[in-house]
Design a protein around this ligand. Structure first.
Ligand code: GKR
Ligand code: MG
Length: 429
């Protein structure tokens, strides 16, 4: 037995540039919460989840329930948390591109930190606790964003004149197809990505589809392309532009809102559809199968309820003929390490995974930023997650959190700094 003695919950704010999306604009800082669990035998395990004040308060409640529990008893830990918080409802996910449920995030934070500890006790990497290593490195995709000029953080919409390479390119505006191609070239040159995703839902579809066609022209047919309008298109719009991009896209991600609409678009197109918005929990699977709402589920261990749940999802995807890949939000290396262990354990990785990591410059792990080679990240060496907390960095990023005054992600408030009358719409075009 290895009993939980302490759980430290530290909200941090990490520099994030002004990236545009369907819900508005990224604030100068993205919030993450770092959880550290320490056992009675002095072993510590860590995890990282999207941060909100509400989730941090719930984590603090969870802490009181979990002190004294054995880190190996993950099913019992989950039952205790569900007993207290109840299951999340579908409505709690919210309508934004990102998932706002509480219970799944909390359990993910606890589970990943416990698996980190279990790995240290067994002297095995987390991937070995998930079924074992199917590959040594995991491929990721370039993730392009329309954006305003700006470096984020203290620079906000300003730029650092001393920045070079990708750090300089990351500050530039990208508001049209030519600037998106420039961003893609800089990101691929730095990280070696071999497939490309464009975050859409920002400009009217003609502009965004032209950006995809410009990427195809610039990178040729061997670089898979995807676009993600985060459910802002109407069914007819998705069919019209989906047809135009047939043969160009590897997959079309969440063109429309809801499983019914996704199923209607899917029937009309040959291009596979992917989602991190319409089928986002185990409760959504029966209806997804009945309707045929997507071809690929973009899992995210932060909101599918952890790494083992993501392995269960992989089995379901296999049974029902769905592909599986991975979704991402702004994050640091603890989340990346967990994603890499999961990606290494999945039976198949047919699509390069999403990551926002290139947009971040901070890090909270010893040794600094994780490395990409040819767009892939190697499974970290060492037991557990294979990454350790850099306590000075944690303290500094926690100070950022206290200074920036943000308590949740609110892209609408940030967007109105640029476009005062901007409104979020469930469906825009
Ligand atoms: O960070 O702006 C963003 C993204 O739009 C993110 O919130 C989404 O959750 O990356 C995500 C997606 O694939 O929908
Ligand atoms: Mg998406």
């Amino acid at each position: 037995m290895s009993l939980i003695r302490e759980i430290a919950i530290t909200p941090i704010a990490i520099v994030d540039p002004p990236l545009l999306n369907a819900a508005g604009l990224h604030a100068p800082y993205a919030l993450r919460t770092i959880v550290e669990i320490v056992t009675d035998d002095g072993i510590s395990g860590i995890s990282e989840i999207p941060g909100t004040r509400e989730i941090d308060l719930a984590l603090a409640e969870a802490r009181d329930l979990l002190i004294g529990k054995d880190v190996f008893q993950l099913s019992d830990i989950r039952r205790t948390l569900v007993g207290h918080f109840g299951h999340d409802t579908a409505a709690e996910r919210g309508v934004a591109p990102w998932d706002q449920r509480k219970m799944v995030h909390i359990f993910s934070a606890v589970e990943v930190a416990c698996l980190d500890i279990i790995g240290k006790i067994m002297n095995r990497p987390v991937v070995d606790l998930l079924g074992g290593r199917m590959r040594d490195e995991v491929p990721f995709s370039a993730y392009l964003f329309y954006k305003y000029e700006g470096a984020g953080g203290e620079w906000a919409f300003g730029t650092d004149p001393d920045a070079t390479g990708w750090a300089a390119a990351r500050q530039k505006s990208a508001l049209n197809p030519a600037e998106i191609v420039e961003q893609a070239r800089a990101m691929c040159a730095e990280f070696g990505f071999q497939s490309i995703k464009l975050k859409g839902g920002v400009f009217e579809p003609r502009q965004e589809v032209d950006a995809i066609l410009a990427l195809r022209e610039a990178f040729g047919p061997d670089v898979p392309l995807r676009i993600d309008p985060n459910a802002l298109w109407r069914v007819e719009t998705a069919i019209e532009y989906g047809k135009e991009m047939e043969g160009v896209l590897e997959y079309l991600e969440d063109p429309v809102r809801g499983q019914e609409n996704m199923a209607a678009v899917r029937k009309a197109l040959k291009t596979p559809l992917a989602t991190n918005m319409c089928t986002t929990s185990f409760e959504d699977i029966p209806r997804s199968i009945e309707l045929g709402s997507e071809d690929i589920i973009l899992s995210d261990h932060h909101f599918w309820g952890g790494l083992r749940a993501s392995m269960t999802l992989s089995g379901l995807c296999d049974t029902f003929g769905r592909g599986l890949s991975m979704h991402s939000n702004s994050h640091l290396g603890i989340s990346l390490a967990a994603m890499v262990h999961l990606g290494a354990a999945l039976p198949e990785v047919p699509y390069a995974l999403d990551t926002h990591y290139p947009w971040q410059s901070d890090e909270v792990i010893v040794g600094g930023r994780m490395k990409f080679e040819n767009g892939a990240v190697k499974v970290p060496d060492g037991p557990g997650l294979g990454v350790e907390l850099d306590r000075d960095a944690l303290a500094r990023l926690h100070q950022n959190y206290l200074k920036c005054g943000l308590t949740k992600r609110d892209d609408l408030v940030e967007m109105r700094k640029k476009v005062p009358d901007w409104e979020f719409m469930l469906t825009r075009w």
